[in-house]
Design a protein around this ligand. Structure first.
Ligand SMILES: [Zn+2]
Ligand SMILES: [Zn+2]
Length: 133
């Protein structure tokens, strides 16, 4: 029997969370918002079910940034780690960077997203499909 949950945290440890397994998806997002928000060529997200998602420590440390008309991105106020991306268009899912997990999750990255916005200075895993948009 595998694990039924996976835990993670921010850089300073003030904010901790857990998600239920199985997760919904894991993909590399190449959009410019993710790139700036994380200071990285692309961001590998884990989509987890909102029902099994819980902030287990430091909820009061989270700053929520309204990054679009229908979405928010939150980060740790103490260390700045980007954490949860929530989109009103699919509230049943919470997106969390794979980099912030302490435990293994149940799947490897499966696809690229927003590949049209990709930067040229990051090599791509060409074996993964392009999900658009
Ligand atoms: Zn922190
Ligand atoms: Zn993105």
């Amino acid at each position: 029997m595998g694990s039924t949950s996976a835990r993670g945290s921010c850089l300073c440890g003030a904010v901790a969370f857990q998600v239920g397994l199985p997760t919904v998806a894991c993909l590399h997002c190449h959009c410019s918002m993710c790139r700036r928000n994380h200071g990285a060529g692309y961001v590998t997200w884990v989509a987890a079910g909102a029902s099994g998602f819980e902030v287990t420590a430091g909820e009061d440390q989270l700053t929520v940034y309204q990054s679009s008309t229908h979405g928010t991105r939150s980060f740790c106020s103490a260390c700045g780690t980007s954490l949860f991306c929530i989109n009103e268009q699919h509230p049943e899912i919470v997106d969390i960077p794979l980099a912030n997990f302490d435990d293994p999750i149940d799947r490897p990255p499966e696809a690229h997203y927003y590949l049209a916005d990709r930067v040229e200075w990051i090599p791509l895993d060409e074996s993964l499909p392009d999900l658009g948009p």
